[in-house]
Write a protein that binds this ligand. Structure first.
Ligand SMILES: [Zn+2]
Length: 299
């Protein structure tokens, strides 16, 4: 019975290690999956065109600051969500993809009004609050350049972070399994007590791994912000504007969306929802760091 149970656990762990490796590596090795998955499509299922101004900013930032000779190595697309993302690397055979946030499609007040974005039930678009929210969805060229620089930093300079995020989950699972499976031999505990110790080891290790993973994720994001902001003073200003605008919009939405707003944002405008970007550092902290770069005397 005990041997059969151990065999079952071993099979589950093997499956888990394989699954974690597959999930971690597939996005980086086959980044087009990421575009397929997150890309914004129109009602005919065709990818929405990336605005010319985003292409223009990409060409400038990629060539001037990242030395990318062939812009085709990175495929741009519009993310169906409101944040930017990227996957892959120009050093890998699959190349890379870079998704600009959905709101980078908007260039005029009318674009925002026609987008179907809800401002909250009782908000008139022409009121002071309505105008402020609408304005917060209109990116400047410098904001676009900063965002592209941030994602290119992940693509071009973060092979070390990518390696960590790909291999640490399966390695964590393997090591935890090895430690947990050695308790019986080490302590000779009764079966029930041994099972409890194993559970504690899995739980404790998971928490430790989660905290360490989040710390490294924050380091990667701060590093990408820094690389982008240091490319050019106008990109540093774009970063400040991007974070300040997003925080302001979130803070307004916290008030106008009632109960839902309180669940989604802090008073300062930091996002508190559990989403795909909740592993990122708070916007207030990112704003502070990019502002320091922006205000630092230039050489
Ligand atoms: Zn990032």
């Amino acid at each position: 019975m005990e041997v059969a149970f151990e065999k079952l656990v071993r099979s589950i762990v093997r499956l888990g290690i394989g699954g974690l490796l597959l999930v971690g590596a597939s996005g980086e090795l086959f980044p087009r999956i990421c575009k397929e998955w997150y890309g914004l499509k129109d009602e005919n299922g065709v990818f929405v065109e990336v605005p010319d101004r985003c292409h223009k900013q990409f060409d400038e930032v990629a060539k001037k600051y990242f030395g990318l000779k062939n812009a085709d190595e990175v495929t741009l697309f519009v993310n169906r969500d409101f944040y930017a993302l990227s996957a892959g690397s120009t050093l890998l055979p699959g190349g890379a993809v870079l998704g600009v946030p959905r709101w980078y499609l908007y260039q005029t007040k009318e674009d925002v009004e026609n987008s179907g974005i809800q401002l909250g039930k009782y908000i008139n678009r022409d009121s002071e609050v309505g105008v402020a929210v609408t304005k917060s969805f209109l990116p400047t060229d410098d904001m676009i350049a900063f965002t592209i620089g941030h994602e290119l930093a992940h693509i071009e300079h973060h092979l070390d972070f990518k390696t960590f995020f790909t291999f640490s989950p399966p390695l964590w699972l393997y090591l935890t399994y090895r430690v947990a499976s050695s308790t019986r031999k080490c302590f000779r505990l009764p079966v029930v007590l041994d099972a409890l110790v194993k559970l504690c080891i899995y739980g404790f290790n998971y928490q430790a791994y989660r905290l360490a993973g989040q710390k490294v994720r924050h380091l990667a994001e701060f590093s990408a912000d820094e690389i982008s902001a240091k490319c050019d003073p106008r990109m540093a200003q774009g970063g400040v504007d991007h974070f300040a605008t997003t925080l302001k919009r979130n803070a307004i939405q916290r008030v106008v969306l009632g109960e839902k707003g309180l669940e989604c944002y802090t008073e300062e405008g930091d996002d508190i929802r559990s989403t795909s970007i909740s592993t990122h550092p708070p916007l207030t902290e990112r704003l502070l760091r990019v502002t320091a770069i922006c205000d630092a005397p230039q050489d």
